[in-house]
Unconditional design. Structure first.
Length: 208
């Protein structure tokens, strides 16, 4: 069994709990409020900037050319495709975020950056594998349900439910598989499950 598969199996319960968080369910059922999504756009844009920095650190600490290329591709997607999405979504959305929205959701960046400082490339790919596995799970579920409101919400879900995003998650899984054996499994599980817990708190911040 690969390390990524073993990690998913070990953290199946926290992953399912995160995929069923209130925000994901509200998106899936079409119940998310206009103000809450405005706050989400602010909060998520802030973490996307953190994710670009994390992938930049992973490039610096990458073990081989394949890892450099994959993380460079991730930085490119975050600073182009996703940055474009946020600009368009904010312009189209009928209300702005409430003051301090990004600060309320800072828990996710704080956890991910602390893990990166602790573990370098192995920590970065593990926490990003957790984050992107979560988004593939809940956005895939929401996309299949067909009750997501049209417009920026549906566009965001579709961005994380398609083949290109899935390929990115699979590439992250391969990087997890290549983490040296001297980084123990329980450390990977701590980073992975901790990121999922931070994701729940991060998304709950839209309701503050």
């Amino acid at each position: 069994m690969t390390r990524s598969r073993a990690l998913l199996d070990a953290c199946a319960e926290p992953l399912e709990r995160a995929a069923a968080m209130r925000f994901a369910e509200d998106v899936r059922t079409g119940a998310l409020g206009v103000q809450e999504f405005a706050d989400y756009l602010e909060i998520e844009a802030s973490f996307v900037a953190t994710a670009a920095r994390l992938h930049g650190l992973a490039i610096w600490d990458a073990p081989d050319a394949a890892a450099i290329e994959r993380n460079a591709a991730a930085v490119h997607a975050l600073t182009t495709e996703q940055a474009d999405y946020f600009r368009a979504a904010r312009a189209a959305w009928p209300v702005p975020a409430r003051p301090g929205a990004a600060a309320r959701g800072a828990v996710l960046s704080e956890f991910a950056l602390a893990a990166a400082r602790e573990g370098g490339h192995p920590a970065v790919v593990t926490v990003m594998f957790a984050a992107e596995s979560l988004y593939l799970a809940w956005c895939g579920r929401a996309h299949r349900e067909g009750r997501v409101p049209a417009g920026p919400v549906a566009d965001w879900v579709a961005l994380h439910a398609g083949d290109a995003f899935r390929r990115g998650v699979e590439a992250l899984a391969r990087e997890v598989d290549a983490i040296p054996a001297d980084v123990p499994d329980d450390r990977l599980a701590r980073w992975f499950a901790g990121m999922l817990g931070a994701e729940i708190a991060f998304h709950d911040a839209v309701y503050a």
